[in-house]
Write a protein that binds this ligand. Structure first.
Ligand code: ATP
Ligand code: MG
Length: 423
């Protein structure tokens, strides 16, 4: 370990990558605004119990991934591993967030999970998430899933698969769990063959065996009846309405009967968006309905549905399809020929920046035009403004178009107008 590099599982986001971040964040903000969602910002750390209760004991996150510590006041705190539990806490703490029985909220920021770092899996990563709180009807599910899809479409992400499923409600859950036990129970060598993670699940939460990534566990489950057949009529109707709605909006999706997702609080609809441009860590977005969570956390019984996507994986997917995103503002470079003109250059810089032009001047007192133009080229300036002795006497400046090489002499006071017409 060295103090001269970042901690394992974290990384510096360097300026060359920042245009991707800005694009993703601004696309999300603009789109979510169109659907009438509002941003909320909650603390980076919360009481540990919030996540233990909210995400559920026995989940990967609570069992082994949380950054929990005791502060100097003996409080047990956790760096947030996800965004839904804090939003639920905020909605309970600020009932005024709910208008007409609804709160439509989104968040964006770092999350922390103690995982084994690999491509697309970090210990500090960033999520953007959305929560539609207060609506139980399938239209909310359709809005949420289609909004996630429209977001990726707006970004130009290709080769996506939207997987959708329903895991039923609290009434069908015991029936489903029993059916899985019965199905697996027929297998003689079960105890020897199920992976070490699934063996305790067999008794505690058999549903979770469905999304195990272990091949042997998967084999055992092949031939298992679709859990949707075991759900109540209301759950089935809900699911069919969601499917019909997605079809009407022409959202391409697949029904995946094995999709249950890792968090305990989901009910009915679950979904996940996969990018075929990524390797093992191919899930870029996950979400679902959580109709019991708010009550479980001490609020009024309120239905809700949401999703979260990981920014790092989206950037990897964009880069995999060779999408290059750059800062597109052009740069104007001021080149005073001789120190006498530096103060005039500083004033021009101020004027340009206040008029909305990205602009720069080299303060290293290079007095010859040649080396200044070299610097301007390196910085990829589109225009260079040359301030020389001859021009100063006439109150003019020379504007050099770096693309065409053409130089134009103009009165100094028309600089902004001239550039506005050019760019
Ligand atoms: P995975 O199956 O990859 O572990 P998950 O089910 O734990 O994902 P969620 O908790 O649903 O993921 O989080 C939503 C999204 O956040 C994921 O689809 C992924 O894009 C991203 N994500 C989750 N964990 C990480 C991580 N450790 N590093 C980077 N991105 C992550
Ligand atoms: Mg995970």
């Amino acid at each position: 370990m060295t103090t001269h590099s970042v901690p394992r599982g974290t990384k510096d986001i360097l300026p060359s990558e920042i245009p991707y971040w800005h694009l993703i964040e601004s696309t999300a903000r603009n789109l979510f605004d169109l659907y009438n969602y509002q941003e909320i910002r909650t603390p980076i750390f919360e009481h540990a119990e919030l996540f233990e209760q909210g995400i559920g004991q026995g989940t990967d996150i609570v069992e082994k991934e949380m950054y929990t510590f005791t502060d100097k006041g003996d409080r047990r705190l956790t760096l947030r591993p996800e965004g839904t539990a804090p939003i639920v806490r905020a909605v309970i703490q600020h009932p005024e967030l709910i208008h007409h029985q609804n709160a439509k909220l989104y968040y964006c920021g770092p999350m922390f999970r103690y995982e084994r770092p690999q491509s697309g899996r970090y210990r500090q990563f960033h999520q953007v998430g959305v929560e539609y709180i207060g609506e139980s009807n399938p239209e909310a599910d359709i809005e949420i899933i289609s909004m996630a899809y429209r977001f990726f479409e707006a970004l130009g992400l290709e080769k996506l698969t939207v997987n959708v499923n329903s895991i039923g409600d609290e009434i069908s859950r015991p029936v489903i769990n029993e059916a899985i036990r019965q199905f697996l129970g027929n297998t003689k060598w079960l105890e020897k063959e199920l992976c070490p993670r699934c063996l305790p699940r067999f008794n505690q939460n058999p549903l979770r065996i469905l999304d195990c990534k272990n091949e042997v566990c998967n084999q055992y489950l092949s031939g298992m009846p679709d859990i949707k057949t075991l759900q109540s009529a209301a759950c089935k109707d809900h699911f069919h309405s969601v499917i019909d709605g997605l079809k009407r909006l022409k959202i391409p999706f697949k029904v995946n009967p094995f999709l249950v997702r890792g968090l305990d609080y989901y009910t009915r609809t679950t979904f996940e968006i996969i990018s075929d441009n990524l390797g093992a860590q191919n899930a870029i977005c996950g979400g679902g309905r959580y109709d019991n969570l708010i009550k479980k956390m001490g609020g009024k019984s309120t239905p809700a549905i949401g999703f979260a996507f990981g920014i790092e994986r989206i950037i990897l997917a964009l880069q995999a399809q060779k999408k290059v995103i750059k800062n597109t503002h052009s740069l104007i470079f001021i080149a005073p020929i001789g120190y006498t003109y530096y103060s005039q250059g500083m004033q021009m810089l101020d004027t340009l920046r206040r008029s909305g032009f990205k602009s720069e001047m080299d303060y290293a007192q290079k007095n010859d035009l040649k080396s200044q133009l070299k610097t301007a080229n390196k910085l990829k300036a589109t225009f260079v403004i040359i301030l020389g002795e001859e021009e100063a006497l006439k109150n003019t400046i020379i504007v050099k178009n770096m693309k065409t090489g053409i130089q134009t002499e103009i009165p100094s006071k028309t600089m902004v107008k001239y550039l506005q017409a050019q760019t």
